[in-house]
Design a protein around this ligand. Structure first.
Ligand SMILES: Cc1cc2nc3c(=O)[nH]c(=O)nc-3n(C[C@H](O)[C@H](O)[C@H](O)COP(=O)(O)OP(=O)(O)OC[C@H]3O[C@@H](n4cnc5c(N)ncnc54)[C@H](O)[C@@H]3O)c2cc1C
Length: 482
């Protein structure tokens, strides 16, 4: 419920909150990272963050029980608060790499982040509040507990931090039919439902399906009791190339391999072959063409574990599951009521059409740099605080959507490099980026003397200009064909 002291007017039958500078819609990672950065950089702004859910944390609130960050905790979350202890794991699939928070840890972290923002006295979080859109001169918000609709007058901007809202297993609409008696569960139910099954069919090709397979293997399910229904095969990054801090040279190496491939290959297919040969990209089954590229990553141990699963069905998307057969786009296969079918088909990352991030009276949070959602939201907060003209802000923060297939790679990479060059030429932005805990390359200057870092930086600088030129050309051709 909105705080009583904020009401001072009634208009059109709705209570009106007089003043907030920014209304942020969505208290997930993006909304909180933006708010955190904005209040740190802009003196005296007031912010209201609303979310229809009962707590901050966005999709993490409904994540499956065995979810973890796939990237290190070290550069995830909000800028002002560390997540985890920057430990290197000593055992398990992530051994040798920086720790990755569990779902519980991420939820606890965002609760603490929101509480700290509240303590600034400038940010108010309203959970269980749904943004209904623009009313007559103010924003309409429904209090989901009381049912009442309020108007919030916004002096500066509405920040859409839900434009890229994740589609997750617990809340998505199952995209196939399920006959009575067929055994189908959402991945969230796997740990409980697994006990009563003889074998398993994992439906989906992305990170959630990977996590479900690894969870079963970790719980001593033999690989031949797992069938994997993969509509398409995916490219994964080697997790080695996502390690920050003491291992930051590996991130630079990965980026330099991207630049080299961009400068040398004649098309995306050849670039991906080059990156696979260099160990930057991986496929579970190198003999099968991979058409999915979502930017997720695997450790070599995870890759080896997944390769034990031999029963892979490649007949497109599932249309219907019956007690004795699965009907797919390109054919059908047998099944039985002893098989637990696990739905991992939610899309996860959202590929909404890009739109300018800075618009009159509105900010639409989107991706800017390659696969860095928290960094991007915080960066946009910094730019909002320190630049005046929308044209200048949009020049520094052009939208760069999450990728879905290899054809997105040229745009993703070239836009990332172009934006990074623009930030680098602006001293305040460059200094903020260098100091931000969300910047995965933040520790690079500390390791500038390492021979491996010098090799990677030299390779990057040698190739990046040509890579931008070539990949921008490919991107234009892809757009022209679309
Ligand atoms: C399973 C999973 C694992 C991931 N792991 C990583 C990782 O390891 N590293 C990484 O960098 N990224 C990761 N990502 C990417 C991820 O999308 C971001 O990390 C981030 O959590 C997304 O946050 P968000 O705030 O953009 O969206 P969300 O978390 O989806 O939050 C949007 C919020 O908006 C609210 N909302 C929507 N409409 C309204 C409305 N009308 N009124 C009020 N509130 C509204 C929703 O309730 C929701 O809380 C992962 C994504 C998924 C799905």
């Amino acid at each position: 419920m909105l705080n009583d002291r904020t009401y001072n007017d009634r208009r059109g039958g709705n209570d009106v909150v007089t003043s907030t500078d920014y209304l942020i819609v969505g208290a997930g990672a993006s909304g909180l990272a933006f708010a955190d950065s904005l209040v740190a950089e802009a003196n005296d702004v007031e912010v209201i963050v609303i979310d229809r859910q009962g707590a901050p944390g966005g999709h993490w609130l409904n994540a499956y029980p065995f979810v973890r960050l796939h990237s290190p905790s070290a550069y995830y979350g909000v800028n002002s608060l560390r997540l985890g202890e920057d430990r290197v794991d000593q055992a398990g699939d992530n051994a040798g790499y920086y720790e990755r928070a569990t779902g519980d840890e991420v939820r606890g972290y965002f609760a603490e982040s929101a509480e700290r923002l509240g303590h600034t006295g400038r940010v108010r979080l309203l959970t269980c509040h749904d943004h209904l859109g623009r009313g007559s001169g103010a924003e309409l918000v429904r209090d989901l507990s009381a049912g009442a609709v309020y108007e919030i007058a916004v002096r500066s901007k509405v920040v859409d931090a839900r434009y890229l809202e994740a589609s997750i297993p617990a809340t998505h609409r199952v995209p196939f039919e399920v006959a009575a008696d067929a055994r189908v569960v959402a991945v969230n139910e796997l740990p409980v439902a697994a006990k009563s099954a003889c074998s398993y069919a994992i439906l989906g090709a992305g990170k959630t399906a990977v996590d479900a397979c690894l969870w079963l293997l970790d719980h001593d399910v033999e690989p031949d009791r797992i069938r994997w229904i993969r509509p398409r095969d995916a490219w994964f990054y080697d997790r080695r190339h996502a390690q920050p801090l003491e291992q930051v040279g590996a991130i630079m190496e990965g980026i330099s391999l991207d630049a080299e491939a961009g400068a040398q290959a004649v098309n995306v297919g050849e670039a991906f072959e080059q990156l696979e040969a260099a160990g930057r990209l991986m496929r579970i089954d190198p003999s099968s063409p991979a058409t999915m590229y979502r930017g997720t990553m695997l450790s070599p141990r995870e890759l080896a574990a997944l390769r034990q699963i031999r029963d892979v069905v490649r007949l497109g998307h599932v249309r219907r599951i019956e007690p004795d057969r699965i009907v797919l786009e390109l054919g059908e296969t047998t099944t039985s009521t002893d098989v637990l079918h696990v739905d991992c088909t939610a899309r996860g990352l959202n590929n909404a059409t890009p739109t300018p991030i800075f618009q009159p009276g509105r900010i639409v949070l989107q991706q800017v740099r390659h696969l860095s959602p928290c960094f991007n939201a915080a960066l946009i907060g910094f730019v909002e605080a320190h630049r005046d003209e929308d044209a200048d802000k949009n020049r520094l923060c052009p939208p760069n959507p999450y990728p879905s297939s290899p054809k997105d790679w040229p745009r993703l990479m070239s836009q990332t490099w172009i934006s990074a060059q623009r930030w680098f030429s602006e001293p305040d932005l460059s200094a903020w980026t260098a100091a931000s805990r969300l910047n995965l390359l933040g520790a690079l200057p500390d390791h500038a003397g390492d021979p491996s870092v010098q090799t990677a930086v030299t390779r990057y600088l040698t190739h990046v200009t040509a890579a931008i030129e070539r990949l921008s050309g490919w991107t234009d051709r892809v757009q022209a064909l679309a």
